[in-house]
Design a binder for this molecule. Structure first.
Ligand code: NAD
Length: 482
């Protein structure tokens, strides 16, 4: 762990093994942190807050640019460790670490741009302004699927705004987080960044419930998001929740089929389908449904499963067996209810180690199936035909989640109807899952609260204060007596 500028085992007497999901071998161990460790980290972050808050924005910007530069200097090493720990192929981790570097640079600049606004006064002798102020200690609770990117999307804006942070990485992927802190955060004042490894109930909850932690920035599952909200809500904490999704993709009949097939496969199978914005439902116009599914089956069946470290691997393992079993169960239930697997869906016979699952394409599905309603988080592409665009939009919105939604078309009328009527935090037209530093990312409905990235992504870490200043300070006619 990393508390108050030092690596430590804290009060922990046990460790948590970190497993390589491609080989099932133990890579290393991390301390099983305790409530006392969480509290020690909060104390360190609280103690360093005032100085960090008062540091000129230019100084904080320089420090964050230095974080980015140091990560860049260790880029390949971090990519390799992340691949061993999380499983996705090198090109995907290469991109993840690039995002981390760029996010620190982006927020370093954004935070020195402005910290509020001057507003028109009600009287010429008055001066009114709005200050954006950091909250204090931010708990960053992060999942395993993009452990560094999702950390950077919280940590960089939180620090840039003048907050200090306590990071609780996923117990499955703590090594790469510790590595980043080791190589890139040594120049920051002690206590500004802290990492406490361990399990959610043992480390996460003490952070959520700590009275000196006013902001909880969480990315993870809906169930844990609800648990955190139930603990933090009564304490009136600022909640930033990036939760699950069940993202749709609609394929319109005008689109080039090869483009649509490739886009759907990428959007559904990136990181073995373990992306919060994975396409998990594909709606295809009935006039091209047969052709599309044939081409998709051909494309998907040629993708190569393997260890993410090996060149030529398209799809790595799933993170753990229990996540694979959940996917298998959803697929089996759908098949029992009449769905048909066109390709894949099995554990590869020739790979005895690693949590691999063949990517599958499935038809005959409908919204009564859990496969079409609940988050799957695995390499599965269920296809459903639609007759007209109104029906497609209805199907897209018939979901508790509203994270992202994709559309493949060149028809401007359909595009307009889609972005106006679909309830989702991000709409992708012809380029699924592409994020933008300046574009806010987050969910509507049960996909969460708040946004990461963009100006919105730093505003999450400021609270605003209105200052009303009557410079003359004369007696007011409207004061007592009436
Ligand atoms: P998870 O909810 O199991 O865990 C997320 C983090 O919360 C981990 O660090 C975990 O240790 C911690 N945690 C667990 N119980 C806790 C508790 N009681 N109190 C405090 N912290 C606790 O999620 P996961 O399996 O690591 O990640 C996958 C999930 O994350 C999926 O549902 C996925 O959709 C979601 N996700 C969402 C986004 C997004 O931006 N919306 C991005 C990536 C992943």
């Amino acid at each position: 762990m990393f508390i108050n500028g030092k690596f430590t085992d804290g009060k922990s007497t046990e460790s948590i093994p970190v497993i390589n999901p491609a080989t099932e071998e133990m890579l290393d161990e991390v301390p099983r942190g305790t409530k006392a460790d969480a509290h020690a980290a909060v104390a360190a972050a609280s103690a360093s807050f005032l100085d960090w808050k008062r540091a000129p924005a230019n100084e904080r910007a320089a420090a964050l640019h230095q974080v980015a530069a140091k990560i860049r200097a260790h880029h390949d090493e971090i990519v390799e460790l992340l691949t061993k720990e999380e499983g996705k192929p090198i090109p995907e981790n290469d991109e993840e670490v690039w995002w981390v570097e760029e996010t620190f640079d982006y927020y370093a600049e954004l935070a020195r741009h402005e910290t509020g606004r001057v507003i028109p006064p009600g009287d010429p002798d008055q001066f009114n302004f709005v200050r954006k102020e950091p909250y204090g200690v931010v708990a960053c609770i992060v999942p395993w699927n993009f452990p560094l990117l999702l950390l950077a999307w919280k940590m960089a804006p939180a620090l840039a705004a003048g907050n200090t942070v306590v990071i609780k990485p996923s117990e499955l992927t703590s090594l790469s987080t510790l590595k980043i802190v080791e190589v890139a955060c040594g120049h920051l004042p002690p206590g500004v960044v802290n990492v406490v490894t361990g399990y959610g109930p043992e480390v996460g909850e003490p952070l959520v419930e700590h009275p000196d932690v006013p902001v909880i920035a969480f990315t993870g599952s809906l169930d844990i998001g609800k648990r955190i909200a139930s603990l933090a809500g009564p304490m009136m904490k600022k909640l930033h929740l990036e939760l699950g999704g069940k993202d749709p993709m609609v394929i319109a009949p005008d689109i080039d089929l090869n483009v649509a097939v490739s886009a759907a496969a990428y959007a559904a199978l990136l990181n073995a389908g373990q992306v919060c914005t994975s396409t998990e439902r594909v709606y295809v116009h009935e006039s091209i449904f047969g052709q599309f599914s044939e081409k998709l089956v051909d494309f998907v069946s040629k993708l190569r499963l393997g260890n993410g470290l090996e060149e030529g691997t398209d799809i790595g393992p799933m993170i753990r067996n229990k996540f694979r079993e959940k996917v298998e169960l959803q697929v089996a239930e759908a098949v029992n209810a009449g769905a048909k697997i066109l390709t894949g869906g099995k554990r590869p016979a020739n790979m005895t180690r690693g949590f691999f699952l063949e990517p599958s394409v499935i038809t005959g599905v409908d919204h009564s199936m859990r496969l079409m309603r609940e988050e799957t988080f695995g390499p599965v592409i269920p296809l459903m035909p639609y007759k007209d665009f109104d029906e497609a939009i209805h199907l897209v919105n018939d979901c508790q989640y509203g994270l992202g939604a994709s559309l493949m078309t060149h028809d401007a009328k359909l595009v307009k109807q889609y972005f106006e009527q679909v309830k989702a935090g991000t709409i992708w037209i012809n380029d699924p899952l592409t994020d933008n530093f300046a574009g806010p990312f987050g969910g509507m409905k049960m996909s969460g609260l708040g946004r990461e990235l963009g100006q919105e992504g730093i505003d999450e870490y400021y609270e605003v204060k209105h200052v009303h200043w009557d410079i003359e300070g004369k007696l007011k006619e409207f004061w007592y007596p009436y």
